[in-house]
Design a binder for this molecule. Structure first.
Ligand code: S3P
Length: 165
């Protein structure tokens, strides 16, 4: 098994901020699969969703996961839907510890409400979408080795918890 730390979890659970702080604490490199997808497609995520569709986005995502899972000494933050394909989960599990960050729907809503870069939440009732997607994805997020609820924790506290695993 690889020595990477792979952060999965819903949008707004803190994967990016925690991932960057964790990488610094460990002396690891930080990578975000969404950044890789943007590079590969040479388009923003909203552009990929609107011009190519979600299915194509998921193909880019699997390609990005395949690439990063070959590395060592990395903290890898993934998009909220990265757990939805068995193939992605198998790759991530081989590459290191898969840690799921979680938060309540209210906290997630609060963290993402002003954001325009998450196409799945650019809908009339984002709170309803958050609740619906969380319910649909629960079983997939449960595939992670560890789950940490970040709702009431600071970034430093989450990093500390991960370092204690
Ligand atoms: C998605 C989450 C996003 C991004 C895309 C789809 C999802 O990443 O990959 O908008 O399906 O939950 P973040 O979780 O980093 O926001």
């Amino acid at each position: 098994m690889g020595n990477n730390i792979i952060l999965v979890g819903f949008m707004g659970t803190g994967k990016t901020v925690v991932g960057k702080a964790l990488a610094e604490a460990l002396g690891f490199q930080y990578l975000d699969t969404d950044d890789l997808i943007v590079e590969m497609a040479d388009k923003t995520i909203p552009e990929i969703f609107s011009q190519e569709g979600e299915a194509q986005f998921r193909d880019y995502e699997t390609e990005a996961i395949r690439k990063v899972c070959k590395l060592r000494d990395h903290v890898i933050a993934t998009g909220g839907g990265a757990v939805l394909r068995d193939e992605n989960v198998a790759l991530m599990k081989k590459a290191g510890k898969m840690i799921c960050l979680a938060a309540t729907p209210e906290i997630i809503y609060d963290r993402v409400k002003t954001d325009t870069y998450r196409p799945l939440l650019q809908v009339g009732d984002p709170m309803a979408s958050i609740k619906e997607l969380l319910a649909l994805r629960k079983a997939f997020y449960d595939l992670a080795n560890v789950r940490i609820d970040t709702s009431k924790l600071s970034i430093a506290q989450v990093v500390h918890k991960i370092l204690m695993i």
